[in-house]
Design a protein around this ligand. Structure first.
Ligand code: EPU
Length: 419
């Protein structure tokens, strides 16, 4: 297994280009199953998660061509069974259930296993499919959905922890080929949901209201092929902005959609950093001593849970007491124990982390546990004294396109040790 070694202490400066969004690309690739015609998707990030999704599509019968970020999927014929072997590596594989149900009126997909960021049920997805007229059975580790006919319905997808992103995607993808009108109340408003709706509309779907709490889908009888550019990855951009805040002297992220990053840039401004945003770029620079902060993770447009670990790393080295509360995945704190090994002072109180900033962290061998936690450890290493050795970096490769190379471009001293 590869490791990443971060030699702390270098100052970062300059600019990098942000890749296409992982969390847009995954459901959009799944949505290509909804038509027999070829779909061409641009700016698909080169990540293990997108590779897994393409493997699943291939297993389901689609033909896939991939060349430098452009992926063409032709799902002329599809079959509707995805076994454990094919889906187990990635939770987002549940995103094929909606399109398979829409296209084939049935799907049998193995349920992904446990997840280190907490319990991740799909009850709301299933509730949505049932409302559209599907019979749903969970047996032998598989979820089976079947509907002789799908019919539009009013569905409230809001759960105990707020709206569900992939649940909204999944129900929307089934509803585009249902008879009549579906109204999704309590829909997720994330930009990735809007990107999927844009793609589906290009395929001939009739979706309104994406980006609001109420999405209306007018069912159509079939969809056609389409071409689409994936939106920039706001979490990758946020991660590099936090890298710039932790160890930078003017770091610019290019090819971003600044309005998707408002909660992140507001948090960094609140911390005392200077933020300059242009049409497609954002620069973070130091501006006096950083200040502690209180943050609560929330559904979009609130502060994203996918940036919580990285902020923990930043606030660990910010003088004063900061408080982070995780409202989406209350157990998503695997990075805290590792940050503590580097000298961070963090006390957990339920889903709240109380962070007493320290003057410096020290490099240590640490273990990546999930995608964002791993990124946080690399960021902490940029500021730490000595060498931080991050193992299990396959977690990073699931969701960051060339993180180590991009940080090197900015001047970090970072190396990947191949296993
Ligand atoms: N939830 C339920 N029932 C459901 C679905 C979700 O109770 O049927 C709960 C979850 O347990 C959680 C909350 O609702 O407490 C929100 O979960 P959501 O369904 O929105 O998460 P997701 O769609 O499975 C996506 C991203 C995650 C990101 C979350 C929240 C993708 C592929 N994944 O997951 O991204 O953290 O939304 O924004 O889009 C990451 O990129 O590192 C990552 C984990």
């Amino acid at each position: 297994m590869d490791k990443i070694l971060v030699h702390g202490g270098n100052s970062l400066a300059g600019s990098i280009k942000i890749s296409g969004s992982k969390n847009s690309a995954l459901p959009i690739l799944a949505a290509t199953l909804l038509t027999r015609e070829p779909c061409t998707i641009h700016r698909v990030p080169d990540l293990s998660d997108t590779h897994y999704m393409l493997q699943i599509l291939t297993h389901l019968g689609a033909q896939v061509e991939r060349a430098s970020g452009i992926v063409t999927v032709t799902a002329d014929k599809v079959q509707s069974v995805a076994p454990y072997d094919v889906v187990r590596k990635m939770r987002a594989s549940v995103g094929v259930i909606g399109p398979l149900l829409g296209r084939c009126k049935e799907a049998t997909v193995s349920l992904p296993g446990g997840c280190v960021i907490g319990d991740r049920p799909i009850d709301l997805h299933l509730k949505g499919f049932e409302a559209l007229g599907a019979a749903v059975r969970v047996e032998g580790g598989n979820v089976k959905v079947f509907a002789p006919k799908l019919a539009g319905a009013v569905i409230n997808l809001r759960g105990k922890f707020g709206p569900t992103v992939l649940g909204t995607d999944n129900v929307m993808m089934a509803a585009v080929l249902a008879e009549g009108t579906t109204v999704i109340e309590g829909a997720a408003q994330e930009p990735e949901v809007c990107d999927l709706a844009d793609f589906l509309n290009k395929m001939g779907a009739k979706i309104e209201g994406a980006g609001t709490r109420r999405i209306i889908v007018e069912g159509v009888s079939e969809l056609h092929g389409a071409e689409h550019d994936i939106i920039p990855d706001r979490i990758e951009a946020g991660t590099f902005l936090v890298a710039g805040a932790i160890a930078g002297n003017g770091v610019t992220v290019n090819r971003v959609e600044p309005k998707h990053l408002t909660a992140i840039t507001e948090a960094l401004s609140g911390c005392g950093f200077k933020i300059e945003a242009n049409k497609q770029s954002i620069t973070v620079s130091p501006n006096g001593a950083p200040k502690p902060l209180e943050i609560t993770t929330e559904p979009y447009p609130g502060f994203p849970t996918d940036m919580q670990a990285q902020m923990c790393a930043l606030l660990s080295t910010t003088d004063g007491i900061s408080v982070i509360t995780e409202n989406i995945f209350p157990q998503r704190y695997m990075h805290v124990a590792e940050l503590k090994r580097m000298g961070a002072q963090v006390q957990m109180e339920g889903a709240t982390a109380v962070i007493q900033g320290v003057e410096r962290l020290t490099g240590a061998p640490v273990m990546a546990s999930d995608l964002r936690a791993s990124a946080a450890l690399v960021l902490a290493g940029l500021k730490a004294e000595g060498i931080t050795e991050v193992s299990r970096v396959y977690h990073i490769d699931r969701g960051y396109e060339h993180l180590d190379e991009k940080l090197s471009e900015l001047g970090a001293h970072i190396e990947r040790v191949k296993a």
